[in-house]
Design a protein. Structure first.
Length: 97
């Protein structure tokens, strides 16, 4: 997980997807005013191809409105493999000012 240059998005990347059936993520962070925010998702997996998912820190419809004062970023990634086994990993990130 890395932040975009403008800190408005996080980029979730998984290089090796061989043997993975499903990825689920949960992103938690705090925005200005100490307001907790949660985002869940399930990137599409194409066999043998890396996954790259951009996650907007805010809301978008016709226009994006980015959250301000984002901190305490935590990503939980659950990996379901072809054999049915499930593993989970967590990563934290602080945005550069």
């Amino acid at each position: 997980m890395t932040a975009s240059a403008d800190n408005h998005k996080l980029i979730l990347g998984v290089a090796k997807t061989t043997g993975i059936n499903k990825l689920d993520y949960e992103l938690d962070y705090t925005k200005k005013g100490d307001i907790p925010v949660g985002v869940i998702g399930q990137p599409t997996i194409k066999p043998g191809q890396p996954v790259r998912q951009e996650i907007v820190l805010g809301t978008c419809s016709d226009v994006c409105h980015y959250d301000e004062g984002v901190s305490n970023i935590k990503l939980t990634l659950k990996v379901t493999k072809a054999d049915g086994s499930v593993s989970q990993t967590e990563k934290t990130l602080e945005l550069s000012k």
